[in-house]
Ligand binder design. Structure first.
Ligand SMILES: [Zn+2]
Length: 309
């Protein structure tokens, strides 16, 4: 099974020059210098974008937003972050949290951190407590210390979005609609008799009823065919060999063995709901042969040993 979490790391640098606005984390910060770049040069958002792309090995920010493309001239980097968000969503992932660090000598970042967190959290559809922004100086050392530039680093954790429903391939050659859940909490779907004329069942007679449905279950799943309580109580009709199992590698038509347990002839009409199907996760086992089993308080107790009440 593949991992459902991915980690990414992003980094970005910009020069600091006079005559430019300083935009960090989507927030415009009053300062004597601003970051130089083709876009608005938002170093923090670029590092986060880079980390998001990196987590899914989608290349770096320059690949997605080339600084030679006029479309990105002076662009608001919030748009780039939103684009990365769409991209990872389209790959089936979402951001869990971001931990970012800025290095710059001036100005003080702390007063702007909560506004940055809000901006980023909103675009990434996460809460502000999952957006960490730290800032440090380099103690006047290097290009950062000389106020020639600034750097941002970002670690980004992504998680695969689990589909809430299992996708199952089905071929419907019946005259009826696909089986469907009657309510949002239903475990089973009713399946219908794909017959062209009414079918009579004598008392204790059994018959195989076609459904016109063919399915391809993912490995590790089975579909159980179970009787319907309404048919059982009203007509005495139930399923034999129940619960019947449709294996993941079965590709034939799904058929239901019905039996009439009443003492009167019962009629099944075309399209009648004859059984229900429940799809379940199953686990195959590997046998581990041993001489003795671990003992328990109960040991061999069974077959009614706990009494009647
Ligand atoms: Zn950048």
């Amino acid at each position: 099974m593949s991992s459902s979490h991915k980690i990414g790391f992003g980094i970005d640098f910009h020069q600091l020059v006079e005559g430019r606005e300083l935009v960090i984390g989507g927030v415009t910060i009053p300062h004597t210098k601003g970051a130089l770049g083709h876009s608005d040069a938002d170093v923090l958002l670029h590092a986060i974008c880079d980390g998001m792309l990196g987590a899914l090995a989608l290349g770096d920010i320059g690949v997605h937003f080339p600084n030679t493309d006029p479309a990105y001239k002076d662009i608001d980097s919030k748009k780039l972050l939103a684009h990365c968000q769409e991209l990872i969503r389209s790959k089936g992932y979402q951001v869990i949290n971001v931990d970012a660090a800025l290095t710059l000598e001036k100005p003080k970042i702390k007063p702007h951190v909560s506004a940055m967190q809000e901006t980023i959290a909103k675009i990434l559809d996460i809460s502000t407590e999952n957006v960490s922004i730290k800032a440090t100086t380099t103690e006047t050392m290097g290009f950062v210390g000389r106020e020639e530039g600034l750097v941002a680093y970002a670690a980004v954790l992504l998680e695969e979005i689990k589909p809430s429903k299992l996708a199952v391939k089905i071929k419907n050659e019946s005259s009826f609609e696909l089986p469907a859940y009657a309510t949002s909490g239903s475990a089973g779907m009713d399946i219908r008799a794909n017959i062209s004329a009414p079918l009579s069942l004598l008392p204790l007679e059994r018959t195989l009823v076609p459904t016109g449905l063919y399915m391809e279950l993912p490995e590790g799943y089975e579909a159980q065919i179970r009787p319907r309580s309404g048919l059982a109580i009203k007509q005495g009709i139930t399923c034999l060999n129940t619960p019947g199992t449709i294996d993941a590698d079965y590709r034939g038509e799904i058929k239901v063995i019905l039996v009439n347990l009443s003492n009167e002839t019962q009629v099944i009409a075309p399209g009648d709901r004859i059984a229900q199907m429940v799809v379940q996760h199953v686990q195959q086992v590997n046998w581990v042969s041993v001489e003795t089993l671990t003992s328990t308080e109960r040991n061999a107790g069974g077959f009614g040993h706990t009494g009647k009440a």
